[in-house]
Design a protein around this ligand. Structure first.
Ligand SMILES: Nc1ncnc2c1ncn2[C@@H]1O[C@H](COP(=O)(O)OS(=O)(=O)O)[C@@H](OP(=O)(O)O)[C@H]1O
Length: 514
C-alpha cells in the first residue's frame, strides 16, 4: 500500500499508530483472548518499523482495520509517507505527465482507427452507389454519349464556385511532402480536370491551387521548405501532385524541377493546338471584359468592350490586366515581350515580315488600351492582314508544343514524362486515367462510376458519395465563332510543328491539318 501525504512530517505514521492502538484497545475490551496477540502485534510493530528517508514504515497487518476478506499471508504492510512538500510535488507532477501522455497516445490511436475505418467505409459506399447508377443507366438505354458512363440528370450545378472537395480528413500521422508528380501544362488543355479526376484515386493527394514555385522567381527564392508547406497532408504511400500549367513554357523550370527531384514524374496534357489557342483567347477576352465593363461605355461597333474608355482609366486597367495574365505580354497575349523573344530564338523560327503589322498589332513601345485589346477578334490577333500567321501571338506560340517539350527532354528522359490527350480526356476520361495510373505505378481505382455526363455543362462531371461535382464555369466556356478560313490557315501552319511534336513523343495524335 502506498500512501502519500505531502504536508505532514510523521503525522501519517503517528495517526496510523494511534489508530492501531484504539483498534487494539477495542479488541482488548471485547476479546480478552486476543490480548496476548495484540501485545505481540505491538512488538511486531516495533520490529517491522524501519525509518527511511521517504518515511517508509512497515506496519503489522493487524494494525489496519480490515475492509474485506484478507487473502494475503503477509504479516507486515508497507506504508510510505512523503514528508517533503517539494518531493511530493515532483512525484505528483511525474504521475500527471505520465497519465497525460498515456491518454494522448490512446486518443491519437483511437482517432486514427476511427477515421481510417470511415474512409474505407465511405469509398466502399461510393463504389456501391456508383455501380447501382451505372446499372440504371444501362437499363435506360441512353446512347448518344460516349460509353463508359451514361448521362445522369444532376441537380448540382454550374453556378457553384469550384466545388470539388478542397480538403480531406487529415489523419494524425500524415505530413506535407514535396510533390512526386507534376502536371506541367499545357494551359487550357484540361489541367484542372485532370488533377481533379486523379484526386478520385485514394493514393493521390493534390495541391489545392497553382503554386507557381518553379516559374516565379519570387516563389522559387523562398526555397523548397516554402514549397513543401504549400503541399497537402499525405500518407507515406500517397503521391502528391501539383499543377501549374505555365511550368511547361517557362525555360528555367525543367532544371529547377530536376534540382528538386531528378526522378519526378511529369504529366503533360495537350489538346489540338488551334482549339487550345482559341480557348486561351476566350479566357483572356473574358478576363479583359471583366476588368473593362464596369468602367467602359460599350458602344464600339462590334466590340462590346468600350472603345470610348478615357485614357487614364484605360492605362490603369491595362496595368491590372497585365498583372492578371501573368506570362502574357498584354491582356490578349498579342505583344512580343522578353519570353517571346526567347521562344523564337529557341525554335529557330524567323519572324516573318508582316506588312501592315504596325497598324494592326500592338508593339511593346505603344501600349494599347485594355479596351483596344479586348475589342480585337481572334482572327485579327492571329493573322496579319497579309494572311501570314502572327507567330508572336502568345496563344499561338504556347501551342507550338515541340519548342517547349524540347527543353524538357533535354533535362528529363522521355520515360519520365507522360503525354495525356486532352481531347480524349473530354470525351472519355477513363481511358486517359488508366494510362496515368499505370504510369504512376498505382493500382487501377478510378472507375466509370466516378463520372457522369452533365448535359447542361456539356462535360463529364465527378461523382462522390456526398454529391455530384462539376468544374466551375470558367472551365468549358463557350468559344467565340472563328472564321473557318482562319482555323484552316492555322491548322496548316501548325501541321509541321505538330509533326515535330509527334516525333518527340513517339506518337501521332492525329490532329487535323486543315
Ligand atoms: N470535365 C471537364 N469539365 C470542364 N472542362 C474540361 C473537362 N475536361 C476537360 N476540360 C477542358 O479544360 C479546359 C480548361 O483547361 P485548364 O484547366 O488547363 O485551364 S487553365 O489553364 O487551368 O486555365 C476547358 O477548356 P475550354 O472548354 O476552352 O474552357 C475544357 O475544355
Amino acid at each position: 500500500m502506498l500512501m502519500l501525504n505531502p504536508y505532514s512530517n510523521g503525522c501519517l505514521c503517528s495517526a496510523l499508530i494511534s489508530e492501531f492502538k484504539q483498534h487494539h484497545q477495542h479488541q482488548h475490551h471485547h476479546q480478552q483472548h486476543q490480548a496476548s496477540a495484540s501485545a505481540s502485534a505491538a512488538a511486531t510493530l516495533r520490529d517491522c518499523s524501519v525509518k527511511l528517508p521517504l518515511d517508509i514504515l512497515w506496519l503489522p497487518k493487524s494494525a489496519m482495520r480490515p475492509v474485506g476478506a484478507d487473502a494475503s499471508h503477509s504479516d507486515c504492510i508497507l506504508v510510505v509517507g512523503v514528508s517533503r512538500p517539494k518531493l511530493a510535488v515532483v512525484f505528483l507532477t511525474v504521475m500527471l505527465i505520465s497519465l497525460f501522455l498515456t491518454f494522448h497516445v490512446l486518443y491519437d490511436s483511437a482517432v486514427y482507427n476511427i477515421q481510417a475505418a470511415q474512409a474505407v467505409h465511405e469509398r466502399h459506399r461510393l463504389s456501391l452507389a456508383a455501380s447501382a447508377s451505372a446499372a440504371a443507366y444501362t437499363a435506360s438505354n441512353a446512347n448518344h454519349l460516349p460509353v463508359f458512363v451514361k448521362p445522369v440528370a444532376s441537380s448540382n450545378q454550374l453556378s457553384h464556385p469550384m466545388v470539388f472537395p478542397s480538403s480531406r480528413v487529415h489523419f494524425p500521422k500524415t505530413s506535407r511532402r514535396l510533390p512526386q508528380a507534376l502536371i506541367i501544362g499545357v494551359r487550357k488543355c484540361g489541367t484542372r480536370a485532370l488533377l481533379e479526376m486523379l484526386y478520385l484515386h485514394p493514393r493521390i493527394q493534390k495541391a489545392g491551387g497553382e503554386v507557381h514555385f518553379f516559374d516565379r522567381d519570387e516563389n522559387y527564392l523562398r526555397g523548397l521548405e516554402w514549397y513543401r508547406k504549400k503541399m497537402p497532408h499525405s500518407f507515406r504511400g500517397q503521391i502528391t501532385i501539383e499543377k501549374s500549367p505555365s511550368y511547361f513554357v517557362s525555360p528555367e523550370v525543367p532544371e529547377r524541377v530536376r534540382a528538386m527531384n531528378a526522378s519526378i514524374k511529369l504529366l503533360l496534357i495537350v489538346r489540338e493546338p488551334v482549339t487550345r489557342a482559341i480557348s486561351d483567347y476566350t479566357q483572356l477576352r473574358s478576363h479583359a471584359a471583366t476588368a473593362i465593363l464596369p468602367l467602359a461605355e460599350s458602344n464600339a461597333p462590334g466590340s462590346g468592350y468600350g472603345a470610348k474608355m478615357p485614357p487614364t482609366a484605360g492605362a490603369s486597367l491595362y496595368a491590372k490586366l497585365q498583372s492578371a495574365h501573368g506570362p502574357y505580354d498584354n491582356a490578349l497575349g498579342s505583344g512580343a515581350g522578353a519570353k517571346e523573344t526567347k521562344l523564337r530564338t529557341a525554335s529557330g523560327a524567323k519572324r516573318r515580315a508582316a506588312p501592315g503589322a504596325a497598324t494592326t498589332m500592338s508593339t511593346p513601345t505603344t501600349t494599347p488600351s485594355a479596351a483596344q485589346l479586348a475589342a480585337k477578334s481572334f482572327e485579327e490577333l492571329a493573322i496579319f492582314p497579309n494572311g501570314t500567321v502572327n507567330e508572336a501571338y502568345r496563344p499561338l506560340s504556347i501551342s507550338m508544343y515541340h519548342v517547349h517539350l524540347h527543353r524538357w527532354l533535354e533535362v528529363f528522359p522521355r520515360e519520365q514524362l507522360l503525354v495525356v490527350n486532352g481531347d480524349r480526356l473530354i470525351e472519355d476520361p477513363l481511358s486517359q486515367l488508366k494510362r496515368i495510373e499505370a504510369f504512376l505505378g498505382i493500382e487501377h481505382r478510378v472507375r466509370s462510376e466516378h463520372f457522369y455526363f452533365n448535359e447542361t455543362k456539356g462535360f463529364y462531371c465527378l461523382r462522390y458519395d456526398n454529391g455530384d461535382r462539376c468544374l466551375r464555369e470558367t472551365k468549358g466556356r463557350k468559344h467565340p465563332h472563328v472564321n473557318p478560313v482562319v482555323v484552316s490557315r492555322l491548322r496548316k501552319f501548325f501541321a509541321e510543328y505538330n509533326q515535330r511534336f509527334y516525333e518527340l513523343v513517339g506518337e501521332d495524335l492525329g490532329w487535323p491539318e486543315e
